[in-house]
Ligand binder design. Structure first.
Ligand code: KIV
Length: 263
């Protein structure tokens, strides 16, 4: 993972090896994540883990541009995906105007759009105007309010058929890969094999072409809730709290600073 991925090398991983995608929102973490990831996603999930909001819906273009620039500064050798926030791709013109902002104001490599068959025309418009697009199908966090919660998809035959239509429509519209979120594992593989571009899963089981996790979930830093699909690779929240308690205790006892920390 030393060489920066390209759209072509990402596509070529299909059927060869799983892609590793992780979110990041700042330069500090992007630099730490870069050596072991293929793609870094500046997700609109930053509205929850970074900004403390309840969902992603109030994320703005300005926020995405700001955080994407920070991530690109930290991970200069990474393929960076900028998530398009809710309301920024409601029609072709808005989608193109906002995606052009991403390409002109940041070095990001592509945009990600929560879009299935219903928005394939928008994806097509973007790709035919030189915008690289990563799709996002299945559970769409930007629909949380209209759907009344985060609902796993693929539970019925109709949902499965719709997901296959979504995947195919996004591929035909020119997307070079897609994220598939919150889909029953027994059908996720079928959906992934119905297209020739990589399908990167989150909560979609093992039979897909890669995995993405939100970094603050996988590092155990986000304490509000833990979705079933998250594996915590460390207990970051406890580690941070323990370290800060030691600092606080040592400041109060005047154990810190010592001679070596003093000019
Ligand atoms: O915003 C985000 O972090 C995402 C992931 C959940 C894929 O879209």
């Amino acid at each position: 993972m030393n060489k920066k991925m390209t759209i072509s090398s990402i596509k070529k991983t299909k059927g060869i090896r799983p892609l590793v995608m992780i979110t990041a929102y700042d330069a500090l973490f992007a630099k730490l994540l870069e050596p072991n990831s293929d793609m870094i996603l500046v997700g609109d999930s930053l509205n929850m883990s970074f900004a403390g909001k309840n969902d992603t819906l109030s994320t703005t273009m300005d926020q995405m541009i700001y955080h994407t620039n920070a991530v690109c500064m930290g991970a200069k050798n990474s393929f960076v995906v900028c998530d398009m926030p809710f309301g920024t791709f409601i029609n072709k013109e808005e989608a193109l105007k906002n995606s052009i902002r991403v390409f002109q104001e940041t070095p990001a490599d592509c945009v990600k759009i929560e879009a299935g068959e219903d928005k394939a025309d928008i994806v097509k418009y973007l790709t035919s105007n030189g915008i690289a697009v990563c799709g996002h199908i299945g559970l769409l966090p930007q629909s949380v309010r209209s759907e009344g919660g985060y609902k796993v998809k693929g539970k019925t035959e109709n949902e499965k058929l719709q997901l296959i239509k979504d995947a195919k429509a996004i591929e035909e519209a020119g997307a070079f890969c897609m994220v598939m979120e919150g889909v029953k594992a027994d059908i996720a593989g079928e959906i992934a094999s119905s297209v020739s571009i990589p399908v990167i899963g989150i909560g979609a089981g093992a039979d897909v072409d890669g995995q993405v996790l939100v970094f603050s979930d996988m590092l155990g830093l986000f304490e509000e809730f833990t979705p079933k699909f998250v594996k915590k690779y460390m207990d970051g929240a406890s580690l941070v709290k323990k370290a800060v308690k030691s600092y606080s205790d040592e400041v109060q006892s005047r154990e810190f600073p010592q001679e070596i920390h003093t000019y």
